[in-house]
Ligand binder design. Structure first.
Ligand SMILES: Nc1ncnc2c1ncn2[C@@H]1O[C@H](COP(=O)(O)OP(=O)(O)O)[C@@H](O)[C@H]1O
Ligand SMILES: [Mg+2]
Length: 372
C-alpha cells in the first residue's frame, strides 16, 4: 500500500512539542508533502523558541523515517522573528493547509511578481539565462530585481561583476546593489568567495527568508530568482517558502538534462507553482569564426519535452562563445550588446514571460499536465 500523509501525521502525533502538546495539534506544522516515499514538511516557530524546538524537529524526522515505506524525510525548522507581527501569519500556522497548496506565503511588499529560474541540474546555464532574462524584462520597461537563491554556488556577484558589499539601512535591513538598472541581492555579497557553504535545512530557509524579507527591494514589477540547481529537498523547501508566481525551467537539449528538467517541472507542480515554460539553452552551436550552425546536442529536445509535458516552450538560446565570455566577465549580452542577435533572443523570451505574467497569474495560469 502506498504511503499516505495520514500515516505520517498519525506518527507525528506521538511526538510531543516542548509543552507536551502532540505536534500535529500545535499549529506549527506546514503541509506535509508525501511523494515517492519522500516526506517533507516544516515546523514554524518563534525565533526565540528555536533551541527548544530543535530536538522536536529531530524527533519528528526520526519518527517519520521509521514509518514503513518512507525512504527519506526532511523536517525543517523555520523561525519567525519575534516582533514581526505586521506580517500576516503563514498559512502553515493554521496547521491545516491542504495538501498541494504549499505556495501561499505572504508576498513581499512592493514586489508584484516573483518568478524562479530553475534547472534540474547545474551547469546548464541557468544563472546566465536568469540574468539575461531579467535584463530582457528590464528592456521591456519593467522594474526588475534579481535574487540569487543559489546559496550553494552564488553566481550573481560574478555574472554582474559586483564586488561591493550591500549597505545596511537602520542597522537591520539591507540595501540591494543596483546594477544595469536592477536591484540585486546575493548571499555571495555577504560571504567571502572561498568560504565553503555548508547549509543545514533551517539555515537554508532563514538565509533565503532574510534575503527576501529583510532587503529593501523597493517597488518591483518582477523579481527574478536564480534558484539552486536540482530538485532535492532544499529546492523543494525554497519553492514552498518563496511566494512564486511561476517558474521557468532551463535545460540543455541532451536526454540526461531533459530527465532532470522533467523532475524540475514535476517539483513545481507538486508545490502548486505554475510552470511558465522551458528554455533550451546551448540549443545549437554557432561557430564564432565561420558563423556555421551545428546541432551538437541534438537540438530541439527541450521543445519536444515541453510539448510532452504540456508546458509552454519559451525559446532556444545558442551555445556561443560571446555568451560565455561576456557572462563570465560580468558583462551580460543583453546589457552590453543590446542590438545583437543574442539580446534579441533573450528579449523575445522575456516578452513571452511578461505576457504570461500579465495574462494569467498564480493558480489561474495554464493547466499543467505532468507525468510523474
Ligand atoms: N548559451 C550559452 N553559450 C555559451 N556559454 C554559455 C551559455 N549559457 C551558459 N554558458 C556558460 O556555461 C557555464 C555555466 O553557466 P551558468 O549560467 O553558470 O550555469 P548554471 O547556473 O546552470 O550552473 C558558464 O561558463 C556560462 O558562461
Ligand atoms: Mg548558477
Amino acid at each position: 500500500m502506498a504511503l499516505s500523509k495520514d500515516q505520517v501525521v498519525a506518527e507525528l502525533a506521538k511526538v510531543p512539542a516542548p509543552d507536551g502538546t502532540p505536534l500535529p495539534q500545535t499549529g506549527t506544522l506546514s503541509d506535509v508533502v508525501v511523494t515517492d516515499g519522500k516526506v517533507f514538511f516544516s515546523i514554524a516557530v518563534d525565533a526565540a523558541a528555536v533551541k527548544a524546538w530543535e530536538p522536536v524537529r529531530k524527533r519528528a524526522e526520526d519518527a517519520v523515517r521509521a514509518v514503513p515505506g518512507v525512504q527519506s524525510a526532511l523536517v525543517a525548522l523555520t523561525a519567525e522573528r519575534a516582533g514581526g507581527a505586521a506580517r500576516p501569519a503563514p498559512p502553515a500556522a493554521t496547521g491545516r493547509a491542504p495538501q498541494g497548496q504549499g505556495n501561499q506565503q505572504p508576498g513581499i511588499p512592493g514586489v508584484d511578481a516573483i518568478i524562479a529560474v530553475a534547472s534540474g541540474k547545474g551547469g546548464v546555464g541557468k544563472s546566465t539565462t536568469a540574468v539575461n532574462l531579467a535584463l530582457g524584462l528590464r528592456d521591456l520597461g519593467l522594474k526588475v530585481g534579481m535574487l540569487d537563491a543559489d546559496i550553494y554556488g552564488p553566481s550573481l556577484p560574478k555574472l554582474l561583476a559586483i564586488r561591493e558589499k550591500p549597505q545596511t539601512i537602520g542597522g537591520t535591513r539591507l540595501k540591494p546593489i543596483e546594477r544595469y538598472g536592477m536591484n540585486v541581492m546575493s548571499i555571495g555579497f555577504l560571504i567571502e568567495e572561498e568560504t565553503p557553504m555548508i547549509w543545514r535545512g533551517p539555515m537554508v530557509m532563514s538565509a533565503l527568508t532574510q534575503m527576501l524579507r529583510e532587503v529593501e527591494w523597493g517597488k518591483l514589477d518582477v523579481m527574478v530568482v536564480d534558484m539552486p540547481p536540482g530538485t532535492g529537498d532544499a529546492q523543494l523547501t525554497m519553492a514552498q517558502q518563496v511566494p512564486l508566481k511561476g517558474a521557468v525551467i532551463v535545460s540543455t537539449p541532451q536526454d540526461l538534462a531533459l530527465i532532470d528538467a522533467r523532475r524540475g517541472v514535476a517539483m513545481f507542480k507538486r508545490v502548486n507553482v505554475p510552470v511558465l515554460g522551458v528554455i533550451e539553452n546551448m540549443s545549437y552551436f554557432m561557430c564564432p569564426h565561420c558563423g556555421t550552425r551545428s546541432d551538437i546536442f541534438a537540438h530541439g529536445g527541450a521543445r519536444h519535452e515541453a510539448e510532452r509535458l504540456g508546458v509552454p516552450f519559451l525559446g532556444e538560446v545558442p551555445l556561443h562563445m560571446a555568451i560565455r565570455e561576456k557572462s563570465d566577465a560580468g558583462l551580460p549580452v543583453v546589457a552590453t550588446d543590446p542590438d545583437g542577435e543574442h539580446a534579441r533572443i533573450y528579449r523575445d523570451i522575456a516578452a513571452k514571460v511578461r505576457d504570461m505574467l500579465k495574462g494569467g497569474t498564480g493558480r489561474a495560469a495554464p493547466k499543467i499536465v505532468v507525468e510523474a
